[in-house]
Write a protein that binds this ligand. Structure first.
Ligand code: SAM
Length: 253
């Protein structure tokens, strides 16, 4: 069996991420993979458990948005779970200041411990619901960039994330091929919350012949978010559901 370092270098090179392979990043990613595997045996952190899956679907996927983040940016990862994309981004971009937010303390316990063991002093954890953080003076409109992966469909996710973005800052939703449909459905809520028209950046996760397409939805904040948002979660989800239903009715009547 090949060792972690060989697999990591090969898969990052194959995915055009060779610039992020160094002795230091290899050691940090090896430690993170080991810690993820060990902790996952005790409690369920991730469904992706094979080494190549961890390197491609967690590490490489998390690193791809790096090009969208300005030097020294203050970034919050909404619904970070076990630290994706926050931890890999913190490894390859020591200039960023990253807050990993999640409502689950146990997962953030893992993130904090991993950050400490990897020597990542650019990661802070925040146990909170995103909508609570979005209403607090400490976090509302305080971040240069808000990033989120695998948390909610865009009409809901926009209300969780956009209130945290500074004016002129960026909201990045990491999505699969559903991105375009989700962005259409979220168009009116994004405008309401102060976001500009969505742009898209796509990339492919590669492993041998197996390719998976990923799309970043990029929304720049051009206006402050009206103070009545974010609402509480049940109202957000209900409004998104209703909007979808009404859109569907408009299309067929
Ligand atoms: N982003 C990670 C990843 O891609 O591996 C974790 C994804 S996991 C499927 C979704 C995470 O979002 C969970 O850890 C959950 O606790 C968190 N989450 C969902 N809604 C949230 C909310 N409103 N506020 C804070 N965290 C939330």
């Amino acid at each position: 069996m090949s060792d972690f370092y060989t697999d990591f270098a090969r898969l990052f090179e194959e995915n055009g991420l060779g610039e992020f392979v160094s002795r230091e990043t290899s050691e940090k990613f090896e430690l993170l993979a080991r810690k993820l595997e060990e902790t996952n045996e005790k409690f369920n952190l991730t469904a992706i458990t094979d080494r190549e899956g961890i390197i491609i679907k967690h590490f490489a996927d998390s690193v791809f948005p790096s090009g969208q983040l300005a030097e020294g940016a203050d970034v919050i990862d909404v619904g970070a779970g076990a630290g994706f994309p926050s931890l890999p981004l913190a490894v390859v971009r020591p200039d960023l200041r990253i807050t990993s937010l999640d409502s689950t303390a146990k997962k953030l316990g893992f993130v904090a411990e991993a950050a400490r063991e990897l020597g990542l002093n650019n990661v802070t954890t925040l146990i909170s619901r995103a909508e609570d953080a979005g209403r607090s003076a400490e976090h509302r409109e305080k971040y240069d960039a808000v990033i989120s992966r695998a948390v909610a469909a865009l009409p809901v996710l926009s209300e969780l994330c956009l209130p945290l973005v500074k004016k002129k800052g960026l909201f990045i939703a990491m999505k699969g091929p559903s991105a375009f449909d989700e962005a259409k459905e979220a168009e009116s809520v994004i405008t309401l919350l102060g976001g500009d028209k969505a742009a898209f950046a796509d990339y492919t996760l590669k492993n041998g012949g197996a390719n998976e397409n990923r799309i970043l939805v990029l929304v720049t904040k051009k206006q402050f978010t009206p103070t009545k948002y974010p609402r509480n979660y049940s109202q957000i989800a209900k409004a998104a559901k209703k909007a979808k239903y009404e859109d569907a009715r408009r299309r067929f009547t």
